[in-house]
Ligand binder design. Structure first.
Ligand code: DP6
Length: 384
């Protein structure tokens, strides 16, 4: 027996107010709400194919072409949870009992530390959900794969409501993908060695050792209310200030963890200095930044400033050799930034940023109906 299965793509999301810390490590119940921005899948996405195969054939899971252990607790938990819900909703049990094959790839470098697990788990959850005909909320299933993945189940601006149980810890859309069309992102891939401490271990260590963490947790509800209002009003200044402050607070908590977690590096710090100085020179807050658990900078601005921001970042941080510095959504034109650069008091770091990806707000997972995009052949084998 063979089947064509389900193929779909899911987006990357970047938190404006960060998730960092769990109350329950198995169910992944976070210590606080978080709020993110879903990036366009035209520029960055994970693609997953899921299909059932004949009885007796081995279930398998491939991530970026490499076979993974389907017994991995988080992968297993996602597959079991989708099946459990499908069963309750009346899906034919013979379908649910069949072995399953899942393949997932990212169209951006996984090793670059760009929220790849979020997009991957969201895609896998949505694909399995479609395969088994699950209706209703999928965010709480994606959450048990990787916390931040629950926010990739929706487009636009998304809030993960911490809740207190596996049922009420869900992600909800705060504003749709067309709410703020002028917003632009420049994801800067910083030259660095692979990160030493992963998010899961890092946040466990923070919960156990950071004396500042309770104060952060207590401050999040007000930040979520303020940033939701800023988003609803399309108030760039307020949104950018809250985002930058939360990123800085998150990294302060990491430094307060013992032994400390250093996710940003010298290039990251220089980029922060640059954004503040750029805003000073422009006389208005027109660019912002946020950093996840790694050195890459996620810069944002509005469309009218995107070409200039991209040109200045390239002038200060590219190696000058790479001709295709901005990938994804490219600037419409190169801006002569030489006058501006004279006023900016930041020393360049040549080659500090390998390349950047331009992008904008995007929607939630998208089903791909055409079989030619399937990552598995009709027998469930990986297509090279
Ligand atoms: C810094 O979702 O990767 O990106 O739930 O343990 O899989 P696990 O962690 P993960 O953590 C992401 C942390 C962050 C902030 C955020 O995305 O909110």
């Amino acid at each position: 027996m063979s089947s064509s299965g389900v193929t779909l793509t899911a987006p990357v999301n970047i938190a404006l107010i960060k998730y960092w810390g769990k109350l329950d490590e198995t169910a992944i119940i976070p210590t606080n709400d978080s709020l993110s921005f879903t990036l366009s899948q035209d520029d960055m996405c994970a693609t997953t194919t899921a299909m059932t195969v004949a009885r007796g054939v081995k279930s398998k899971f491939w991530l970026n072409g490499k076979e993974m252990d389907l017994g991995h607790p988080r992968i297993r938990a996602v597959v079991e949870e989708v099946r459990k819900i499908a069963k309750v909703q009346g899906t034919d049990e013979t379908l649910l009992d069949l072995p399953v094959r899942i393949a997932s790839i990212n169209n951006f470098p996984t090793a670059a530390g760009l929220a790849s697990s979020a997009a991957g788990y969201a895609a896998a959850t949505a694909a399995l959900g479609a395969l088994y005909g699950v209706k209703g909320d999928l965010s709480r299933i994606a959450r048990i794969g990787s916390g931040s993945a629950c926010r990739s189940i929706s487009g636009g601006f998304v809030r993960w409501i911490a809740g207190s149980t596996s049922e009420d810890s869900i992600a909800v859309q705060v504003a749709p993908e067309n709410h703020w069309p002028s917003l632009r992102w420049l994801i800067c891939v910083v030259r660095a060695t692979p990160k030493a401490v992963g998010s899961t271990e890092g946040m466990r260590r923070t919960i156990q050792t950071s004396p500042l963490m309770p104060a952060r947790i207590a401050s999040v509800p007000d930040k979520i209310s303020a940033i939701t209002k800023a988003i609803q009003e399309r108030n760039f200044r307020a949104m950018a200030e809250l985002t930058m402050q939360d990123s800085n607070q998150f990294h302060a908590i990491c430094l307060d963890t013992f032994p400390p977690l250093f996710y940003m590096n010298d290039v990251s710090h220089r980029i922060i200095d640059f954004v503040h100085d750029y805003n000073r020179v422009k006389g208005s807050l027109i660019a912002g930044y946020t950093f996840d658990a790694g050195p890459n900078a996620c810069l944002f601005t509005e469309q009218e400033n995107f070409d200039e921001l991209a040109s200045v970042v390239e002038a200060l941080f590219s190696d000058g050799v790479e001709t295709d510095f901005v990938k994804g959504m490219k600037p419409e034109r190169k801006v002569d930034a030489s006058k501006l650069l004279d006023s900016i008091n930041v020393q360049p770091i040549k080659g500090g940023i390998k390349y950047a990806i331009g992008t904008k707000l995007g929607g939630g997972p998208r089903k791909i109906d055409h079989e030619k995009f399937s990552l598995l052949d009709a027998n469930g084998e990986l297509i090279d």
